[in-house]
Design a protein around this ligand. Structure first.
Ligand SMILES: [Zn+2]
Length: 115
């Protein structure tokens, strides 16, 4: 693993994290740094449209929150030196795979087995 390519991945992860945090803020989701929740206005009329809108907001918050956690975990693995190792078999994840998917935690073989 060359330092330049490694730095490029770290920079991509940091940019991704900033991007996700910006989206969370734009949608007004509350974020305690570990989980993302949607503020529910209790006085809100419980119409079908409002329910759908709320369900969509919750789904988006979940999606952004879990992606953010993957990015945070990847940055933590970079910090502790375990980044790029498959969590299942311990083999090195090929650099090409990490560049395509910086949050990958499994090598291709294990990913296929995990489904
Ligand atoms: Zn593996």
């Amino acid at each position: 693993m060359t330092a330049d390519r490694f730095e490029a991945i770290r920079a991509a992860l940091e940019a991704d994290l900033a991007n996700v945090q910006r989206q969370l803020a734009e949608h007004g989701f509350s974020d305690d740094g570990a989980s993302v929740t949607v503020e529910v206005d209790e006085g809100f009329a419980d119409s079908a449209a409002a329910t759908t809108e709320r369900a969509e907001a919750i789904a988006l918050a979940d999606q952004l929150g879990s992606h953010r956690n993957e990015v945070v975990n990847a940055l933590a693995r970079i910090a502790d030196g375990t980044y790029g190792k498959c969590e299942r078999c311990g083999n090195e994840i090929p650099f090409e795979r990490l560049e395509a998917l910086p949050t990958a935690t499994l090598c291709v073989a294990c990913k296929q087995q995990a489904g």
